[in-house]
Design a binder for this molecule. Sequence first.
Ligand SMILES: CC(C)(COP(=O)(O)OP(=O)(O)OC[C@H]1O[C@@H](n2cnc3c(N)ncnc32)[C@H](O)[C@@H]1OP(=O)(O)O)[C@@H](O)C(=O)NCCC(=O)NCCS
Length: 156
Amino acid sequence: MNIRSASPADIPTIAALVDFLARRAEVLPRPIEVIRDTLSDWVGGEQEDMVLGCASLLQYTPLLGEIRSLVVDDCARRNGIGSGMVRALIGQARSRSIPTLFAVTRAVPFFLGLGFSISDKTYFPEKIWRDCQLCPIQEHCGETAVVIHLAEANDF
Ligand SMILES: CC(C)(COP(=O)(O)OP(=O)(O)OC[C@H]1O[C@@H](n2cnc3c(N)ncnc32)[C@H](O)[C@@H]1OP(=O)(O)O)[C@@H](O)C(=O)NCCC(=O)NCCS
């Protein structure tokens, strides 16, 4: 398993991974143009030289970032790729001095295991304005906000 920054050659694979899980409503869709324009914010998770996972970090403000589009192919789950990518994005956030990261997710136990705690979406109006307002299922999505304050999280 190897976690690394995404490269232009990864764009079609990342787009296909996100599209596949977006069709199952596990993550929001991301157009390939958006992936290309934000490529420096993405990481890929490899197994045997194949990219089988991806995730991105969106910086909303100097103080707040979101982990989004975190996906691992079905065939590669429970091998540490997802947690490896979250740790890599936490490292990116630290190097950019972003003190707080959140995610909106159904994979709550996964994030709790990484030191996040349950929060409330209303603490993240940036997210609501950017994504939730456009979402057809809005508050019925069954997703929970989770947050980590990096100054208090010494494990990463
Ligand atoms: C959530 C997801 C990224 C996890 O990826 P993964 O590579 O399987 O995760 P890891 O192997 O790193 O798992 C880390 C730990 O979390 C646990 N875990 C992983 N997925 C879990 C889940 N859905 N429920 C409960 N625990 C889970 C693992 O058992 C592991 O625990 P361990 O270290 O004690 O064995 C993956 O299941 C996925 O792509 N889900 C669909 C998309 C999604 O929900 N993304 C999150 C949106 S923000």
